[in-house]
Design a protein around this ligand. Structure first.
Ligand SMILES: [Zn+2]
Length: 280
């Protein structure tokens, strides 16, 4: 069933689990993610990043996610990830996303607050949830250096008071696009933030977080854990392997079905670490 982000994270953030949020890029990986969540009886958040929106188109992305959500036996959120453009945000609400992330982390505090407030106001009318970001999660992918700015607890507190978002992304040591699980989470900073702001937190760049830290984080006040990069990696790795083993293969459906198996396996592994199985 299709649900909002707010419903899921409200339940999770004060409990000993977090809801996994996975990036989709194609129809096949979206199906594979929902399959993994259903097999684990876990709620799940499907996210369309700017590159997925560029690839699929915003309407097709919404259609894929909402169709899968409506037919799923677990709660599924259709979420717009990292939108910096207000037009895209409002378009997403119109085409049926149940949740949006407005990313004003590259703006001044005041501008970020101002735009986020507007997004929240419109989203309330549509019954859509809103995530925003304070501080800035860095990026480790080649060619796109984005400097990390750790979230200041006071800024997080003021930001939430002013905007009343449903979930708040914080920068506490992770980075987007990490191929290795070598992120060093600043747990001291997490606690400082938790002590002053009572809102479900969101961790971005979680592919780079070591397994034990992912479990530790899921028991803190995080409601949503974003995982993208590792699914891209296992998807493409499996395609590479199948083509090496079966160079005569001519059927792309079989190729993508094999890749989907790898995605489902990784989704189930992450769900186990986040302790979200059986929480539907
Ligand atoms: Zn992110």
């Amino acid at each position: 069933m299709l649900v909002t982000l707010k419903e899921l994270v409200q339940l999770a953030y004060k409990s000993d689990y977090a809801v996994p949020a996975f990036n989709i890029h194609t129809y096949e990986d979206a199906v594979a993610i929902v399959k993994g969540a259903e097999e684990m009886k876990s709620p799940v958040i499907l996210m369309a990043s700017p590159s997925a929106i560029k690839h699929l188109g915003i309407k097709v992305a919404a259609c894929i996610m909402n169709e899968l959500a409506q037919n799923a036996v677990v709660p599924v959120v259709s979420h717009l990830d990292h939108a910096t453009d207000l037009d895209i945000i409002f378009k997403a609400m119109k085409v049926g996303f149940s949740s949006v992330m407005y990313d004003g982390s590259n703006l001044s505090f005041e501008e970020n607050v101002q735009n986020t407030k507007l997004v929240v106001r419109v989203a309330r009318a549509f019954g859509v949830s809103v995530e925003a970001e304070i501080g800035r999660v860095g990026k480790s992918e080649e060619g796109e250096e984005v400097i990390q700015i750790l979230t200041e607890p006071d800024a997080a507190s003021r930001f939430f008071e002013l905007t009343q978002v449903d979930a708040l992304a914080v920068a506490v040591g992770t980075a987007h696009g990490m191929q290795k699980q070598e992120a060093q989470i600043n747990f001291e900073r997490v606690e400082e933030i938790q002590n002053v702001v009572d809102v479900p937190l969101v961790l971005h760049g979680s592919s780079g977080v070591p397994d034990e830290d992912l479990t530790k984080i899921s028991k803190m006040r995080f409601g949503k854990i974003n995982i993208g990069t590792v699914l891209k990696t296992v998807y493409v790795d499996r395609i590479r392997k199948v083509l090496q083993e079966q160079p005569q293969l001519k059927d792309q459906i079989r190729l993508l079905q094999e890749a989907s198996i790898a995605v489902t396996e990784m989704v189930k592994h992450k769900i186990k670490l986040l302790n979200s199985s059986g929480r539907m």
